[in-house]
Write a protein that binds this ligand. Sequence first.
Ligand code: PCA
Length: 330
Amino acid sequence: MKRRYFSFTALSLVLASGATMAQTKWDLPTAYPANNFHVENLSHFAQDVDKATGGKLKLTVHANASLFKANEIKRAVQGGQAQIGEILLANFENENPIYGTDGVPFLASSYADSKRLYDAQKPVLEKLLNAQGMKLLYTVPWPPQGIYTKKEIASVADLRGIKWRAYSPATAKVAELIGAQPVTIQAAELSQALATGVIESYMSSGSTGYDSKTYESLKYWYDTQAWLPKDAIIVNKKSFDALDPATQAAVTKAAAEAETRGWALSQEKNDWYKKALAEKGMKIMPPPAKLTADLKQVGDIMLSDWIKKAGPDGEAIIAAYRKSAPAAKK
Ligand code: PCA
């Protein structure tokens, strides 16, 4: 009897310690390199979650599309192959135009405007992800998008016929409207595509130009500040719901902090990346007036197309965005 009693106690001790030590592990794929500011912010987020939960929830960041390719991450999170992931929202515009809200040229081209556009987009975006079994944790914008070229350009006519790297439906559409030849290539394959001459121009941030060593192949970057596409951190709802309430709260709090930190970091690093590119020999150029005027026309066409495609949800987003504009911008 006595022995039995002891073994029962020992067993319950093991079970109790097992329960307190129970650890959940989540894979967190991202398509961008470990030294990119988004991924640094993501690692910071993962550490914050680890600390706040006393190691109960461990997030493993898989950088540079090593676990899933950029376009596969959303589906992986939806299907639970990865519990959490980082996606570029604009990549999924063909699935639903709402994902492409921040990819429309010149709709929001400053950090302040991008934040207002996000505020207008967020309720619809949350609803959309929720209906697909996911939850939005936070977003962070890429720095403003400019044009990388081999030679100096004065207008979009100078881009006609060139091999143009696209990373999203909208950047492919820009190519179509300016008469360039779009080739879709994600960030992880960009250096290779540049080095082998598969592409000779593209639109992106100083950040991706730096990560991909674009300065080794192209000479100019026109700071057109055309749009600021956002990365979003999304989590599988079932995985999130399976966490205890304290762990859920820790994730939500760390996500809110990562969002604030990420938006500030993006803006701060924008200047740093431009300087770094210049130090590597690139010419950082203000866009010539004709180029800006041409691109604005492209933006106008894309905005009206987008509003048509996005329907009432899109109209509501644009209305809320316009309504929140400071008086001088209305
Ligand atoms: N960098 C990513 C998306 C937008 C950006 O600035 C890329 O070029 O793939």
